[in-house]
Design a protein around this ligand. Structure first.
Ligand code: ATP
Ligand code: MG
Length: 779
């Protein structure tokens, strides 16, 4: 039974309620982290539907990730007995995809157009550069990719980009060639999804009018991270501009937090907020100031940190929750020791605090940091899950499998053709492929069609490959997805290839998982025109939000395989993956936006890493890093741990890092140092070899609340911080837990900085930091 309106609004504070029940018109909700912005959006949709002011079909809501869209649908489903299917709730990419599938004809695309993720796009650009003999030193494909993406984000086609210098002119030319290649192959990259659907509406008056009338309510989450084109896209859906005056049909409600704008490098524009206020003549601005997520120690840390940024729109955040636990800070000797400490701490939290795995998150600035943390968790037998980085649909073996599937859908997909023509290896050399590419180019056809033009044994092998795909394609007509995927894995030789590889077990497992993914991707029936394949979870609940990829003119819909491939491409482009199971969540700070966890670890808080090298030079860069840190801190509900390491292996080099300047920007009163604070590491001696000693303070006690520095329960070493000699001198015989017996050669430095040069028989001589090395004197 439907709830009454009061029940819907009961769990909101007065400001939130005001935002939810705003009369039609445009509004901006500007509010800090955890103040309920997302909750306000969801509840507003529920309220509009419940009070009969809106039908599901008249709502369009933009979320930042697919996961957030699903969550919104789940919550709506729980609040109201509504058919959520008619609602357009999704990411910009997801919504654009939907629009283009429906109107593919008007957009000049095949209905089965394939979406290139970032990797595919780079591969396509490389192929192009090769084909046109572009000097890759002068025009690195990555740069070309960045250039093209940047142009598209600003809504510019090659003809709109003025090339003043020869280099830019060359890039514009490549952009043009790339567009032609994509069009020929029927593929679309992420930027193109946005731009193409923007142009579709712009150039098609009846279509635009139709959607303007349809979407009476447009709601946007994480508005601070929209880019220029996304803003223009929204504006166009909302109404037309006449004589510089915007006449809107829809009510647009945007929620955001300027302090959480972290995608400037991808074209996000905080300026969209000001533009929105002005161009939409926004009458309603609402601030939410109560944070419902975090205890005050955590919130104080976040507030104080972000107060160091200069250009802010200005907001306050308070909480009615008590101070909670202090924010714990740990200094590790090395990245390995940091990871080990995290694993130890997490084990404790799981055991004594009974926290659930998925309520613990480890956040880091760069993906490269995850490897060490993963191995520590793995060794500690703590299940974990990495978000971002290489997601399921981006893994090499999965991409190979998807390439075969795409060829089943469309044999003229050259990107896929190139990927698997000789994978698994079937004796088709690079030379043969070049001949094939040349033939395709000179006769203006796809690689598939050019195969018959290649003479000799190379031609015969290529023909076999094409025949393999064709036969499979015929056999699979009318089969269900599971069977298609399963058969493809066998017929292509992929499964056998990875089974034969002694390190291939994980990959085989992933391929099997793909079969499962196909199985759970079932076709829903009974929705007439709307009937289409939908991915479902283990409870049979649809996990995607964009079901009706139906041709607006013909009613034609995608095959389950094509729908599945679309789903895979969109998932790969998302910043987050599926909802977590019983596993600790590892992710970059970027990927953590909008999420919350009981307990959060932020590692690698070192100068050069966080804030990142590349950004500290400029003020804008540093402020963006600080916003990132603000996002990271505000993910935590109950507990927050910060850590840094003195040395870290990054990109094959050991780096000696000072702790992050952000520590100085946090309130002392909210912090608790688990390790003695150092003033800096200027005098810290490089150790003889990487990883020569670590383990650090594995035995600190948790009992000394109140003091900032925790004492060590029973250190195995009589190392005292303040004594200059540590009881050691040249000649002392010592024992080290890892290197065994040794003899001190020299001592340098005092206090925390003291280090010893010790000779260990088999292990040679090493420099050890006495404050951390586990040395015992052998008497
Ligand atoms: P972010 O900026 O991180 O995206 P947000 O402003 O979107 O945060 P929400 O995620 O909507 O915040 O809310 C934060 C948490 O507070 C959620 O767990 C939400 O359920 C809870 N919450 C929000 N409003 C209330 C309220 N009035 N009473 C109780 N809990 C609330
Ligand atoms: Mg939110």
């Amino acid at each position: 039974s439907a709830p009454d309106t009061a029940a819907l609004l009961r769990c909101l504070n007065p400001e939130q309620r005001a935002a939810v029940t705003l009369p039609n018109g445009h509004a901006l909700v500007l509010a800090g982290a955890g103040s309920g912005k997302t909750r306000v959006l969801t509840t507003r949709i529920a309220w509009l539907l419940h009070t009969g002011q809106a039908s599901p079909g008249s709502i369009l809501a933009v979320t930042f990730t697919n996961k957030a869209a699903k969550e919104m649908l789940t919550r709506l489903g729980a609040m109201l007995p509504v058919a959520v299917r008619g609602m357009w709730i999704g990411t910009f990419h997801g919504l654009c995809n939907r629009l283009l599938r429906i109107h593919h004809h008007a957009a000049g695309l095949p209905q089965t157009f394939h979406i290139l993720d970032t990797q595919d796009q780079l591969a396509a650009i490389k192929r192009l550069c090769k084909q046109f003999g572009v000097d890759e030193e002068r025009f690195p494909p990555k740069q070309v990719q960045y250039f093209i993406a940047g142009c598209k984000e600003e809504g510019r086609r090659p003809r709109d980009v003025a090339g003043i210098d020869p280099d830019t002119r060359k890039k514009v030319e490549l952009y043009q060639l790339y567009e032609e290649q994509c069009q020929r192959e029927g593929v679309v990259d992420f930027g193109e999804l946005m731009l193409r659907s923007y142009e579709l509406l712009r150039d098609n008056d009846p279509l635009r009018a139709h959607y303007q009338r349809r979407f009476a309510h447009i709601l946007v989450d994480e508005f601070q991270d929209t880019n220029r084109l996304q803003y223009l896209w929204l504006k166009q859906l909302a109404g037309d501009e006449v004589d510089g005056q915007l006449h809107t049909h829809a009510s647009v409600i945007a929620v955001g937090d300027d302090d959480q704008s972290i995608y400037a490098f991808r074209g996000a524009r905080v300026g969209n907020m000001q533009d929105f206020l002005r161009e939409f003549d926004v009458q309603q601005q609402i601030k939410l100031e109560q944070n419902y997520r975090s205890y005050s120690n955590i919130l104080d840390a976040a507030n104080q940190l972000i107060s160091h940024n200069s250009r802010r729109l200005g907001k306050n955040l308070r909480t009615e929750q008590g101070p909670g636990e202090p924010v714990r800070v740990y200094e590790a000797v090395s990245d390995l020791a940091e990871a080990q400490w995290m694993a130890d701490e997490i084990r404790q939290l799981l055991q004594s605090d009974q926290l659930r795995h998925q309520e613990i998150a480890v956040l880091y600035r760069s993906n490269a940091q995850s490897r060490v943390i993963e191995s520590a968790l793995f060794n500690a037998r703590i299940p974990y899950r990495v978000y971002g980085g290489l997601r399921f649909f981006e893994r090499a073996e999965i991409k190979h499998a998807l390439a075969y599937l795409r060829l089943l859908e469309n044999p003229h997909d050259d990107t896929s053709f190139m990927r698997v023509v000789n994978f698994p290896p079937r004796g088709i050399g690079a030379r043969s492929v070049e001949v094939l590419q040349d033939s395709a180019r000179s006769s203006g056809c796809s690689l598939h069609d050019a195969v018959s033009l290649v003479p000799g044994s190379a031609g015969a092998k290529l023909n076999q490959f094409v025949a393999l795909v064709e036969v499979l394609s015929e056999q699979m007509q009318g089969e269900n997805l599971r069977t298609i995927i399963d058969q493809m894995l066998h017929a292509s030789g992929l499964l056998a290839h990875y089974r034969a590889d002694k390190d291939g077990a994980d990959r085989v497992e992933n391929l099997e998982e793909l079969v499962n993914a196909g199985e759970s991707f079932v076709t829903l029936e009974g929705f007439g025109r709307d009937a289409v394949a939908l991915p479902v979870d283990e409870h049979g609940v649809a996990t995607t939000t964009l079901p009706d990829f139906v041709d607006g003119d013909t009613g034609e819909t995608l095959s389950p395989l094509a729908a599945f491939l679309t789903h895979a491409a969109l998932e790969a482009g998302d910043n987050q993956a599926q909802a977590g199971q019983e596993a600790v969540q590892l992710m970059t700070v970027h990927a953590s936006k909008g999420l919350e966890f009981d307990c959060v670890f932020i590692g690698g808080l070192e100068e050069g890493l966080f804030p990142h090298d590349q950004s500290v030079g400029e003020r804008d860069g540093l402020e963006e890093e600080r916003r990132l840190m603000y996002v990271a801190i505000t993910r935590a509900r109950q507990r927050l741990y910060l850590s840094h390491a003195q040395t870290r292996m990054l990109h094959g080099q050991t780096r000696y890092n000072e702790k992050s300047r952000f520590f100085q920007e946090l309130p002392d009163s909210a912090l608790k140092w688990l390790t003695p604070q150092r003033s800096g590491f200027g005098s810290f001696a490089p150790r003889a070899s990487q990883g020569s000693s670590y383990g650090g303070y594995s035995a600190y006690s948790k009992g000394s609340a109140g003091s900032k520095t925790e004492t060590f329960a029973s250190p195995p070493v009589p190392v005292q911080k303040a004594t200059p000699s540590h009881g050691l001198r040249a000649g002392t015989a010592v024992f080290h837990t890892k290197f065994g017996e040794g003899k001190v050669l020299a001592i340098e430095g005092t206090g925390d900085d003291a280090r010893a040069h010790v000779h260990f028989g088999r292990h040679g001589s090493k420099w050890l930091a006495l404050a951390v090395a586990k040395l015992t004197i052998v008497s």
